[in-house]
Write a protein that binds this ligand. Structure first.
Ligand SMILES: [Zn+2]
Length: 619
């Protein structure tokens, strides 16, 4: 058995790459220095934001706007001058961090906050054959995963569920029932007017949801003309046709489109219909803050008149911005004050029309940015677990574990349970590699279902290979014809607008996709799916999986319907149960003071947990 001195010697000489110097990264760098690691390099692209200071404890107020990697390095060296700690204030995707770069280290520790970068580092470690310790936290939950090529599953062996919760399109466009639906709609409105137009983000009432008994027949005035055909030429084009006149755009979104929706009788049989609101009426009802004042009051609820003012102010400002930089496409950014104010104002006006309680800009920002609060204690536990596993691996200890911080499952399955308040630490042996993984297996196959007559080569590159499969610079060859379909040096750019079928990529085609940077080659099997429109596609790891996926979706839909039916019943049951409990407690209180103290404590905790549930529900 090696002596402590020998172990310590190994720790001192091991070369570590830390990717990320944020919440987990700060804790991790401190732990590594304290454990005796002497050779560490850290990479982070970010600069320090004031909102980081509550948990990224290496940073102080005077560091705001400086590089995270640089400051973290400086501060760690202050308390551990002997450490050989290098840094790069750069993106991990840059070409200099190639496979050769990764090979210089003995082990890589991830402290990242996004899936794209995690996928990339996973592939680089696979290519360089270096062990990776992957980690993450989300509110009270956290995870550490040990990844060793050929021995354990890699980060991409199992498909990860989409991090963003999606809502049915018709709920967003026609029948919002919660504020989040209005917030999602408002983000779509922003994209339609000023950002990148996505066909899935249409904001107009869904005409297909219309009753077959044409409701327009009962229309009674010429004012309805505009309402008959919502956005026939696309929201952006329509807005351009009226020079982005804020009042007209407002009327279109909140008067004409709503008027149109109201006429779809069948939507309102069980629901309260929305009330159309014109700009003229909105701006003259009640008190209003100026555009500038409203922006500073992000924790107060804006009146509808204020929302209308903010809407108009934002439309003016955003129009200026797109005119100044016609080549730059704006995209939703919760930290862009004008964009965020626009989304907040839009979401609140829509919520108001649908009789949904309005919210503050601060609350809407959390929803729009899918923010789950980062919790310092979770990050501290995660960073501790990373170092524990790193030391075990260096020591040649085969007993490496993947660890989780979870809430204990409640045996009675009740929603309100004090158990949820505790962070429970679990660990288990890592899973073996998935033989079908397109990153770490020998198979490396992906099946893609598309309509070859509609999908373009450009979309195949951008949406399938780069966005979905996380490749950086794919080179693609059709194995049947040996034609080069995509070349990362730009030689094939003339093919980008062509449809797949135009260059003979049809059902059954097999494309070899090669990413030089990630040292990864995979086979893409093209399957025809005529029902898919435009650039839409579905992806599966095998044909069989596709069938399974469909069966699962059907099962989920059935389950969802059942749940909706049960929900009402459960709520009623829960209410009467609460009522009974309360009665019982009152009786107890009358007989003794002691239980009353307990009761107050229990309620406090339950309340806190309810809040936690709400926050997690935003995930
Ligand atoms: Zn894998």
């Amino acid at each position: 058995m090696p002596s402590w001195k020998e172990k310590h010697g190994k720790i001192q000489t091991t070369k570590l790459l830390v990717v990320g110097a944020g919440g987990i990264g700060c804790e991790l760098l401190k732990n590594l220095a304290a454990t005796g690691f002497q050779n560490v390099h850290v990479i982070d692209l970010d600069t320090i934001d004031i909102s980081n200071l509550n948990r990224q404890f290496l940073f102080r107020k005077e560091h705001v706007s400086s590089s995270k990697a640089e400051i973290a390095t400086k501060v760690v060296k202050q308390f551990c001058p002997s450490i050989n700690l290098g840094f790069d204030h750069a993106s991990i995707f840059e070409e200099e961090f190639n496979v050769e770069f990764f090979k210089k280290f003995d082990m890589v520790l991830n402290a990242l906050d996004n899936k794209k970068a995690r996928n990339h580092v996973n592939r680089m470690c696979h290519a360089a054959n270096k062990p990776l310790i992957e980690s993450g936290s989300s509110g009270y939950f956290g995870q550490v995963q040990v990844i060793m090529r050929g021995k354990t599953e890699c980060y991409e062996c199992q498909e990860k569920p989409a991090s963003q919760k999606t809502f049915p399109g018709c709920t967003i466009r026609n029948t919002p029932s919660e504020h989040i639906h209005c917030t999602v709609w408002a983000k779509h409105v922003f994209n339609q007017l000023f950002g990148e137009v996505d066909i899935d983000d249409d904001v107009s009432p869904d005409m297909e949801a219309e009753d077959t008994e044409n409701p327009n027949e009962t229309g009674n005035s010429q004012d309805d003309e505009a309402a008959k055909e919502p956005a026939p030429i696309g929201t952006r084009k329509w807005a351009e046709s009226v020079n982005f006149d804020a009042a007209k755009v407002f009327d279109k979104l909140f008067f004409q489109d709503i008027q149109y929706l109201v006429k779809m009788d069948h939507l309102w049989k069980q629901r309260k219909p929305p009330t159309p609101l014109s700009f003229a009426v909105a701006t003259t009802t009640g008190e209003s803050l100026s555009f500038a004042d409203a922006q500073n009051k992000d924790t107060s609820i804006w009146s509808i008149a204020t929302c209308a003012n903010v809407f108009a102010g934002c439309v003016r400002e955003l129009l200026k911005e797109i005119k100044l930089n016609p080549d730059v496409t704006l995209s939703f950014d919760k930290d862009h004050p004008i964009i965020m104010a626009f989304v907040a104002a839009c979401a609140n006006v829509r919520a108001h029309l649908f009789s949904i309680h309005t919210k503050t800009m601060f609350e809407i920002k959390a929803m729009a940015g899918n923010i789950i609060p980062a919790i310092a204690s979770t990050n501290a536990i995660v960073a501790g677990m990373i170092v524990t596993e790193a030391v075990k691996m260096i020591d040649g200890n085969a007993d490496v574990k993947s660890s989780f911080i979870r809430n204990q499952p409640n045996p009675r399955g009740k929603k309100l349970s004090l158990n949820r308040l505790f962070q429970i630490f679990l660990e288990g042996a890592p899973y073996p590699p998935n033989p079908k993984c397109y990153v770490c297996s020998e198979t490396r196959e992906v099946f893609i279902y598309v309509n070859p007559a509609e999908m373009t080569v450009g979309a195949l590159r951008d949406k399938v290979l780069m966005q979905e499969l996380n490749m950086l610079q794919p080179d693609v060859m059709d194995t049947n014809t040996a034609n080069v379909v995509l070349s990362s040096d730009g030689d094939t750019d003339s093919l980008l607008p062509k449809k797949l079928s135009e260059i003979s990529i049809e059902d059954g085609a097999i494309l070899t996709c090669d990413d030089f940077m990630q040292d990864m080659v995979l086979k893409l099997f093209i399957r025809r799916a005529n029902h898919l429109r435009g650039d839409n596609f579905e992806i599966a790891r095998s044909d069989k999986e596709k069938d399974e996926e469909e069966a699962r979706k059907k099962e989920q839909e059935k389950h969802r319907l059942e749940e909706a039916e049960n929900k009402e019943k459960l709520e009623t049951d829960h209410k009467s149960e609460e009522e009974e409990r309360r009665k019982r407690k009152v009786d107890e209180k009358e007989s003794s003071e002691e239980p009353d103290v307990k009761r107050t404590k229990v309620e406090e905790k339950t309340g806190g947990e309810e809040n936690e549930n709400k926050i997690l529900a935003m995930e």
